[in-house]
Design a protein around this ligand. Structure first.
Ligand code: B3K
Ligand code: ZN
Length: 848
């Protein structure tokens, strides 16, 4: 397979000014006519061939400046030699035929239960027509759609419509990956938004008839996002309409097509009865994320796909800020770090580790990763901490001013910060070109009123990168007294050498350091900390993240000691939790997070990090045991909380109530270990919202109970696809390790299991990989089940198959027996006769 390299980048020979497309929609034979005006790129002097990408297209006719040409496309596109091209500029016209109903890859133009929709990022437009399908070719688009379906949508503003047709014009030059088209029998929930400068924008969320009463929250989130981007980043919307469409068959979360965002329906549709608080938060976040792309992604796009983090890291950072503003910054930061460690640290410390800006790829869809997105967002946060809030704001203003309408690089991005601050950021840039999670080792000393922190940094070797250079790491530090009083408010230490000392003078007593406040850098902190110090931080740290972190590392160490030598959890640990539960000043959402134990996969990661071989079965048992012991110790508090956090008044998905429900469900999960599910069954029977219904069901399944509730849940929700996904997923995730693969296989044989629907596939097959002890069962049944299904899905939908293959990325952590089992499955996938480029690349990288 061909490897694409950043180093080979060359500007396009031909630019496009205008594109005009006519679609005659038909499931088996859609006709696409294109008229594209090309112009020689002054940045690529000389007279060049014309290369147009195109895949699975039946070319019916082609003309240049009105003159018919006979061209024979290859499997990836077509080439017209320079000698056959006019110089300077010309008009290309073509007609192709495509079959959206047969498009199971869900990329390009495809059908989802009777509606037409598109997904073009990264390289799907080439499955629609011949085109220079690369993000540095930006053009304005005119689109005419002909179809009997009532709703016909494309990018930009509507210009004309009649029975059976509609025309759209997008005045903003854009790359082809932002093209979108939708046609279907849809209804809209509509609203209006007046921008800060007074322009009226029509807002529509398009869904299937019957779902229109489930769009109110998404609409509300959209309006709040639009306002927020004006207020915080000075970014105004730039078209007369903003359309969102919910689609049931979608490979990912959503897509930011200009003026026509397309969403996986699970991130649009919500009602209190069918969606959990977590679903609501996800909807708010993803609606905001896609909307924010209008500036960071669409108006300013990426020069090439290696620059993906330019739009994704920044847009994730922006959606994190937004959620923090809407809800709680403390809680949001903890949630983001949990995700970062669970997904990105896992990736960065295994065979799939790669740079935030990769330098090679085979299939770009394989690089929409936690590293590009979440670590990419961390780099923005670090940059902001290093230059300060005012400089960050000024740099962003310059970025929008200087680069509007351009396709940019990370160099452009860094330069606006350098030009704003006159600071040399070349060392910081290494964060983009070095993979691996840095370790920061802390030593400290105390003498004569002076406290010294000695920080050592190192970055482990990653595939293809044996040696690393030191990074600039912002380490936010505060100092507390032994009594919990703050002696030194937060300062940001800049660690840029392999080893560096930082001194704090004139202190009255040896301080307790609070290091890496707010998780100021995506690193692993290595430090021997006494439980007394942790107790001080847990009780008093003014930094909420580190307060939570103190409890987290305590819980992790308790679990590791149970796993290693059956050591009983310390009373200090249990009492520390008890005081959190009794602290009336604490946000319930924060307490709920403090109660959450490290996951089984987190623990496997921690053991591997400590040089040990994790035993998934033992981890599972000890984690359960701690859940049980902890519930016994805290039973009174948990009872009190479960009662006190009961809902009063109408359901509201906002942070306050959601935090109370999260804490209530956390208490219930503990109590269920003590009462065989009596309380949980009651909560299940009386719940009037999905958060509490699902919380009860999960608690029951976790102790191996809940068969009646599961059946009742199915009867109640069999008509709701999104809720049924939860029913499928939950059973697999909570199945006992010995029964997990079998449970998943049983569900895969259920009449409602539709394996071609990515959400349903992810619920069952992804559910099993989320069940660590079940997936890693020593029999190998979990590995076999997942591999079987990936091999089956891959020829139809390579993108989703490749994405889900990351279930195997941790194989090097395990014992020789499990390693052999996993390797055998990876080899089996690799030798599948239908192996796609997508899955092939992933499996190849994992095998090394
Ligand atoms: N930009 C899209 C992701 C496209 C993924 C293509 N495999 C959604 C987002 O990040 O907002
Ligand atoms: Zn994005």
């Amino acid at each position: 397979p061909q490897v694409i390299r950043l180093a080979d980048y060359a500007p396009p020979a031909w630019l496009v000014d205008e594109v005009s497309l006519i679609f005659r929609l038909d499931p088996a034979a859609t006709r696409v006519q294109s008229r594209i005006s090309f112009r020689a790129n002054p940045a690529a002097p000389g007279h060049h061939d014309l290369w147009l990408d195109g895949e699975n297209l039946k070319l019916l006719s082609a003309r240049i400046n009105g003159e018919a040409r006979s061209v024979t496309p290859g499997p990836e596109g077509l080439r017209i030699p320079a000698t056959e091209l006019p110089e300077g500029q010309f008009l290309w016209e073509a007609e192709v035929e495509i079959a959206p109903e047969g498009n199971t890859a869900l990329e390009g133009l495809y059908m989802s239960r009777g509606m037409y929709c598109t997904q073009c990022e990264a390289e799907g437009f080439r499955k629609i027509t011949f085109y220079p399908d690369r993000p540095d070719v930006m053009a304005t688009f005119r689109v005419r759609i002909e179809s009997e379906l009532p709703v016909l949508l494309s990018n930009g503003n509507p210009t004309a419509q009649g029975a059976g047709w509609a025309e759209w014009h997008d005045p903003w030059p854009k790359p082809a990956y932002l093209f979108a088209l939708v046609a279907g029998d849809l209804v809209a929930q509509s609203n209006r938004f007046t921008t800060v400068s007074g322009t009226e924008v029509a807002l529509n969320i398009w869904v299937r008839p019957g779902d229109e009463n489930k769009c109110a929250y998404a609409m509300d989130a959209l309006i709040r996002s639009m306002r927020w981007d004006e207020e915080v980043y000075g970014r105004e919307y730039d078209l007369d309409v903003f359309n969102i469409v919910a689609v049931d068959d979608f490979n990912m979360g959503a897509m930011e097509n200009k003026g026509l965002n397309i969403f996986n329906s699970r991130y649009v549709l919500a009602s209190p009865e069918t969606a959990t608080d977590q679903d609501y938060e996800n909807i708010e976040r993803i609606i905001a994320h896609e909307y924010f792309h209008n500036w960071t992604g669409n108006r300013i796009t990426c020069r090439d796909w290696f620059q993906l983090c330019l739009k994704e890291g920044l847009t994730v950072y922006r959606d994190q800020q937004f959620t923090g503003d809407m809800r709680s910054h403390a809680v949001k930061r903890i949630e983001d770090v949990l995700t970062l460690r669970a997904r990105q640290f896992r990736e960065d410390n295994g065979p799939l580790a790669h740079n935030v800006r990769p330098e090679t790829y085979v299939e770009i869809n394989n690089f929409y990763t936690a590293t590009v997105y979440e670590k990419g967002a961390e780099l923005i946060g670090m940059l902001r901490r290093l230059v300060g809030d005012d400089a960050y704001r000024a740099a962003l203003r310059l970025y929008f001013e200087r680069h509007d309408g351009q396709a940019c690089t990370i160099e452009d991005w860094i330069r606006v910060f350098e030009d704003t601050t006159h600071r040399d950021l070349s060392q910081f840039k290494r964060w983009y070109s070095q993979a691996g999670t840095p370790r920061v080792m802390v030593e400290d000393s105390w003498a004569d009123g002076t406290y010294v922190l000695r920080l050592h940094q190192s970055v482990p070797a990653t595939p293809g990168q044996p040696l690393k250079e030191p990074l600039v790491i912002p380490v936010a530090v505060g100092l507390l007294g032994q009594d919990g009083r703050e002696l030194q408010p937060t300062v940001v230490l800049e660690l840029s050498e392999p080893v560096q000392e930082f001194r704090f003078e004139g202190l009255p007593q040896r301080p307790v350091p609070s290091i890496l406040r707010g998780f100021s850098a995506p690193v692993i902190l290595q430090r021997d900390q006494t439980s007394a110090e942790r107790a001080v931080l847990l009780a008093h740290d003014t930094d909420p993240f580190n307060r939570w972190e103190a409890g987290r590392s305590l819980a992790r160490d308790v679990l590791l000691a149970m796993i290693a030598r059956d050591e009983a959890p310390s009373t200090a640990f249990l009492e520390g939790l008890g005081s959190l539960l009794r602290d009336p000043a604490l946000d319930p959402a924060f307490i709920a997070l403090a109660l959450r134990l490290p996951s089984e996969d987190d623990l496997a990661q921690a053991l591997h990090e400590a040089g040990e071989v994790p035993d998934p079965a033992r981890i599972h048992d000890m984690r359960r045991k701690l859940t049980h012991l902890r519930a016994e110790h805290l039973a009174e508090d948990l009872h009190r909380i479960h009662d006190a956090m009961a809902s009063t008044g109408a359901y509201d998905p906002a942070a306050d109530q959601a935090g109370r429900r999260a804490l209530r469900n956390a208490a219930l999960a503990g109590l269920t270990h003590l009462d065989q599910g009596a309380r949980a069954s009651r909560q299940f029977a009386t719940a009037d919202n999905m958060t509490e219904q699902l919380g009860a069901l999960s608690a029951l399944l976790e102790i191996g109970a809940g068969a009646d509730e599961l059946a009742a849940f199915y009867d109640q929700w069999r008509g709701d696809r999104l809720v049924l996904d939860k029913w499928f997923g939950l059973q697999v995730m909570f199945a006992a390790p010995d029964a997990a693969a079998e449970t998943a296989a049983g569900l895969a044989a259920h009449p409602d299991f539709d394996w071609k629907n990515p959400n349903r596939f992810r619920a069952v097959i992804g559910g099993l990989s989320a069940n660590a002890a079940g997936f890693h069962h020593a029999s190998g049944a979990g590995y076999r089940f997942v591999a079987d299904w990936l091999i089956r899905l891959d020829p139809l939908n390579p993108q989703t198959a490749a994405r889900m293959s990351t279930a195997f990325e941790t194989w090097q952590r395990y014992d020789p027996g499990r390693q052999a089992l996993i390797r055998a499955e990876l080899e089996r996938m690799r030798s599948a006769p239908t192996l796609s480029r997508d899955l092939g690349e992933m499996v190849g990288r994992m095998l090394g």
